[in-house]
Design a protein around this ligand. Structure first.
Ligand SMILES: [Cu+2]
Length: 321
C-alpha cells in the first residue's frame, strides 16, 4: 500500500509526485495579539478525544479518552482569504506553494488553460498545478473567479499556518483542544451537531461531497468546492465548519498508538508529519469518512492542496500579566 492510498481525499506528501522537497525556510514573524472579532472563548473542562466507535482504525481514532483542557480562545471560522491577505501585505511572507512553484488542485477545478498535469498515484484526482497558490487557487490567472475574500484560505502548509498563527500572536490548536472545541459541549458525539448523518438528500449540515467521487460532483449542499468560512449552522460554541469545507492543521505531530505491524510501518514513512483534522469538501462517507470529529490525517509540514486550511487559537491572558 502506498502512502497515498491510505489518505483517500488527501495527499500526504509532496514527494509522491517525484518532487524533491527542499528546505522550508519558514519566516517566523513575531506578532502582537490580533484576535479577530469573531473569535469565541472555549470553556475548559475534561475534554473528549477520539472515539470507541472507530470507522478508520488505522488512522488512530481509538480509544475514546478524556483529558483536562484549559479554556482558550478560538477563531470562529477557518482563517479567511481576507485575513491571510492582511498578513501577506504586512509581512511580505511567501507561502510554500509559491516557493515550490506548485500545489495540488482537484482535477475538475483545473482550468483547460493549464494543459496536461501529473497526478498522484492512488489519488489521481489530485493534480500538480504549477502556479497554484493561495490566491490563484486553481492555477495561474484563476484568482478572479476562484478567490473569495470570505472563503477559507487554502494551499496552506503547516509551516504557512504556523507563521500566520505567530503573526496574530496565537498558535495552532492541539488535537485535544480542536476536538473539545468541535464537540461544542455535546460530549462524545460523532459530529459538531450531534450524531445525525448527512444523507446526501435533505440533511446538509456541512460542506462535503455529494455524487459519485471523484467523477461527478452533485454539489447538492450548494458548494462545488469551498464554502464561505461562515456558512452552515455554528456548533454549540459558535464555531463554523469544524468539519467539512477545509482540513485544519493542528499543532500536534502525527502519532498513532497502534501495535499493528502495518500501521507501524506506515508511521515510519510519516516521520515529521503533522496532524490535520476536520475533513474537507471532498469527503464522503463512501470513501473518505473523515468529516467526523475523531477522524485524523497525517501530512508533511510542507505539503499544500486546495482543501487545506487552518484556524488559530489564543491562550487566555492572565489578569496578572
Ligand atoms: Cu476526506
Amino acid at each position: 500500500m502506498t502512502k497515498a492510498e491510505t489518505d483517500c481525499c488527501g495527499v500526504s506528501s509532496r514527494q509522491e509526485s517525484d518532487i524533491t522537497a527542499g528546505g522550508t525556510g519558514m519566516a517566523r514573524v513575531k506578532g502582537q495579539r490580533r484576535v479577530p472579532e469573531h473569535a469565541v472563548e472555549i470553556p475548559g473542562g475534561r475534554g473528549f478525544v477520539g472515539t470507541d466507535q472507530t470507522e478508520i482504525p488505522d488512522d488512530g481514532e481509538t480509544p475514546l479518552r478524556r483529558g483536562k483542557v484549559n479554556p482558550f480562545i478560538m477563531s470562529a471560522t477557518a482563517v479567511t482569504n481576507a485575513e491571510f491577505a492582511a498578513f501577506i501585505e504586512a509581512t511580505g511572507y511567501v507561502t510554500e506553494a509559491e516557493k515550490f512553484g506548485w500545489s495540488f488542485v482537484f482535477w475538475s477545478d483545473v482550468p483547460a488553460s493549464v494543459g496536461p498535469t501529473e497526478g498522484v498515484l492512488g489519488v489521481e484526482w489530485w493534480r500538480r498545478v504549477d502556479g497554484a497558490t493561495w490566491r490563484d487557487v486553481n492555477g495561474p490567472g484563476t484568482a478572479e473567479y476562484s478567490w473569495h475574500p470570505d472563503h477559507p484560505v487554502v494551499h496552506m502548509s503547516w509551516n504557512d499556518a504556523s507563521a500566520y498563527a505567530a503573526w496574530v500572536g496565537g498558535r495552532l490548536p492541539s488535537e485535544a483542544e480542536w476536538e473539545h472545541a468541535a464537540r461544542g459541549g455535546l460530549g462524545d458525539v460523532r459530529f459538531p451537531w450531534g450524531d445525525d448523518e448527512p444523507d446526501d438528500k435533505e440533511f446538509f449540515p456541512c460542506n462535503i461531497w455529494q455524487g459519485h467521487f471523484p467523477q461527478m460532483n452533485a454539489a447538492t449542499d450548494g458548494y462545488v468546492s469551498t464554502a464561505p468560512a461562515k456558512s452552515f449552522q455554528p456548533n454549540g460554541y459558535g464555531l463554523y465548519n469544524m468539519v467539512g469545507n477545509v482540513w485544519e492543521w493542528s499543532a500536534d505531530p502525527f502519532r498513532i498508538r497502534s501495535l499493528k505491524k502495518q500501521v507501524k510501518a506506515r508511521l515510519e514513512t510519516m516521520k515529521g508529519y503533522y496532524l490535520s483534522k476536520g475533513g474537507s469538501f471532498l469527503c464522503h462517507r463512501s470513501y473518505c469518512y473523515r468529516y467526523r470529529i475523531a477522524a485524523r490525517s497525517g501530512i508533511s509540514p510542507d505539503s499544500t492542496a486546495a482543501h487545506q486550511g487552518f484556524r488559530v487559537v489564543w491562550d487566555l491572558l492572565s489578569d496578572k500579566a
